[in-house]
Ligand binder design. Structure first.
Ligand code: TLP
Length: 346
C-alpha cells in the first residue's frame, strides 16, 4: 500500500514522491534479465520508449540524474577539455564536481538570463579557438527546467539560439532535462520538438514522475554506446533492474500529463504568498512546480524549523526557501501550507 507520512506536507523536493500502487504492481510483474548482458527485456523496452519520446536514436538507463550528466560529460569531453555551463547550473553546483573529479574536465561557468538560460553571446565568446594552447571546448550544457532559476521552462527559441552557435563550431549540446516533461507540459509542446537537434539529454524518472530510482540518457547510437561504457566504468551497470525500468515505463505512460496539477498547485502557492507581506517571493512567475522565497523578518533556518514543527517540510536551498509541488501534494495542502506560514510569522 502506498504510504504518505501522516500529517506531513513535504515540499522539499519532487524527489520525495511515493510510487503509486499501480506502479508498484507493474514493478512486481516485470520480466527481468541481466542488463549488463543486455538481456533485461523491460530495460530494453524502457530505453526504446525513452529514445522514441525524445526523438533520439538510442537511450541508456542510469541510476540517477547525476550519473546521467556525468556519463554524458565524459562521453563528450576529453581530459583537460572544457564544458561551458550556466553559472547556476545543477551540474556546476550540485553534482559534487563529478565531471572535474572523474573526467578532469574544467567547467567554465558563464552568465545566464534570469530564467537560467545561457546568454548566446557569452556562449559565442566562450567557445575556444581550435588552434593554439587553449583547452578544447568539449560541450555546452543547458538545463530545462532550470532548478535554481525557479523551475523555469526554457523555450524552444532560446534553445535554438544556443544550438546554432554551438553547432557552428561543431560543439555538442547536452541538456540536463531532469524535469524536461515539466518544461514540455508547461509550454504545451511535445518533448521531441522541445529537444530536437540537442545532441544528448538526461531526464529523470525519480522526480515528478514518482519512480523510486532512475534516469535516461538519450542521444545518437554512437554516443549512447560510449555513455554505456562510462556507466559500467562508474559502477552503474545493473543486473535485474527491469523492476525499476517497469516503474519508468508505467510512469511515462501515466504520470506525465498529471504534472499540470503540480504546476497549478505551485501557481496557487505563488499567488497566495503574494498576500503575505513578510514573505519575499523570489520567482518572478511560476512556470512549473517550484516556488522560491525568503522570509523578510526571521532567519531562514528558523523559519524552516518552525514550519517543520507545524508539519510542513520545505527545502533550504541556495540561501532561500524552496517549495516544490508534486504527486502527493494537493490543493488543500497548499491552503494548509499558507496557513502554517502565516502562523509561523505571527
Ligand atoms: N536535484 C535535487 C537536488 O540535487 C537539488 C532536487 O531536489 O531538486 N539535474 C537537476 C536539474 C536536478 O534538479 C537534479 C536533482 C539532478 C540533475 C540530479 O538528479 P539525481 O538526484 O537523480 O542525481
Amino acid at each position: 500500500m502506498t504510504t504518505k507520512s501522516a500529517a506531513l506536507i513535504d515540499l522539499r523536493s519532487d524527489t520525495v514522491t511515493q510510487p503509486p500502487d499501480e506502479m508498484r504492481r507493474a514493478m512486481a510483474a516485470a520480466v527481468v534479465g541481466d542488463d549488463v548482458y543486455r538481456e533485461d527485456p523491460t530495460i530494453n523496452d524502457l530505453e526504446i520508449l525513452a529514445a522514441k519520446i525524445t526523438g533520439k536514436e538510442s537511450a541508456v538507463f542510469v541510476p540517477s540524474g547525476s550519473m546521467g550528466n556525468l556519463v554524458s560529460g565524459l562521453s563528450w569531453c576529453s581530459r583537460g577539455s572544457e564544458a561551458i555551463v550556466g553559472e547556476n547550473s545543477h551540474i556546476l553546483l550540485n553534482e559534487v564536481g563529478a565531471l572535474a573529479a572523474f573526467g578532469a574536465v574544467q567547467m567554465r561557468p558563464i552568465p545566464t538570463n534570469d530564467k537560467g538560460m545561457l546568454n548566446p553571446d557569452e556562449v559565442r565568446k566562450t567557445i575556444r579557438p581550435k588552434e593554439g594552447f587553449f583547452p578544447t571546448t568539449g560541450m555546452v550544457e543547458i538545463e530545462n527546467t532550470h532548478n535554481r532559476a525557479g523551475g523555469t521552462a526554457i523555450s524552444r527559441s532560446e534553445i535554438e539560439e544556443v544550438l546554432e552557435i554551438a553547432h557552428q563550431s561543431d560543439i555538442p549540446v547536452h541538456l540536463d532535462g531532469a524535469r524536461i516533461f515539466n518544461a514540455a507540459i508547461a509550454q504545451s509542446m511535445p518533448v521531441d520538438e522541445l529537444v530536437a537537434n540537442i545532441d544528448s539529454l538526461t531526464f529523470c524518472l525519480s522526480k515528478g514522475l514518482s519512480c523510486p530510482v532512475g534516469s535516461l540518457v538519450c542521444g545518437s547510437e554512437e554516443f549512447i554506446n560510449k555513455a554505456r561504457k562510462f556507466r559500467k566504468m562508474l559502477g552503474g551497470g545493473m543486473r535485474q533492474a527491469g523492476i525499476l525500468a517497469a516503474a519508468g515505463i508505467w510512469a511515462l505512460n501515466n504520470m506525465v500529463s498529471r504534472l499540470i496539477e503540480d504546476h497549478d498547485n505551485a501557481q496557487k502557492m505563488f499567488s497566495l504568498l503574494q498576500n503575505i507581506s513578510e514573505i519575499e517571493v523570489l520567482n518572478k512567475s511560476v512556470d512549473t512546480n517550484m516556488v522560491y522565497l525568503r522570509p523578510r523578518n526571521i532567519e531562514t533556518g528558523l523559519f524552516v524549523s518552525r514550519l517543520k514543527e507545524k508539519g510542513v517540510l520545505v527545502g533550504s536551498m541556495y540561501g532561500s526557501v524552496r517549495m516544490v509541488t508534486h504527486y502527493g501534494i494537493n490543493s488543500e495542502d497548499i491552503d494548509a501550507t499558507i496557513e502554517a506560514i502565516e502562523h509561523t510569522l505571527k
